[in-house]
Design a protein around this ligand. Structure first.
Ligand code: MG
Length: 163
């Protein structure tokens, strides 16, 4: 029996006024967002790391280094799709993804269905395979004071048939 592989990802980005906030491939606000070499999409970065980890392929920094100009401002959805190709080429199929965003504001509940749709499209999965939850940090720590945003993700991968 081939056991499935679990993967875990975590990401943090600093927040600042005058920046765009993009989460799950969806633009949330234009006036208070993440500072990053890429588009700063913490949710998609955490999911990419979980996928790469489950497949034993290292992490997002190994494949898409922030010292490489090719990845300047790059969309998290592009990174996610590229990661899906890496995982597929390694012989794995994505089962499901569960994730949690941690931020104080704004409320992102109205955006979650669109985020799930974007992620499912990039991964060629069904929306029912993707879960996004959100919570605050109750005013505690760097997330609580609005200095940053964090995301956690777990994934399950199965071996493709015949691999
Ligand atoms: Mg990141």
């Amino acid at each position: 029996m081939t056991l499935p592989k679990v993967g875990y990802g975590y990401d943090v980005h600093r927040l600042a006024a005058g920046q765009t906030l993009i989460l799950g491939g969806v633009q949330i606000t234009k006036d208070f967002g993440t500072i990053a070499h890429s588009d700063g999409d913490v949710l998609l970065h955490a999911i990419c790391d979980a996928l790469l980890g489950a497949a034993g392929l290292g992490d997002i920094g190994k494949h898409f280094p922030d010292t490489d100009e090719r990845f300047s401002g790059i969309s998290g959805l592009v990174l996610l799709h590229e990661t899906k190709i890496l995982v597929s080429n390694a012989g794995f199929e994505i089962g499901n993804i569960d994730s949690t965003l941690i931020l104080e504001r704004p409320k992102i509940a109205p955006f979650i269905a669109t985020m799930i749709h974007e992620i499912a499209s990039a991964l060629e999965k069904e929306p029912t395979d993707i879960s996004i939850k959100a919570t605050t940090s109750e005013g505690l720590g760097f997330v609580g004071v609005g200095e940053g945003i964090a995301a956690h993700a777990v994934v399950l991968l199965a071996r493709l048939e015949g691999e």
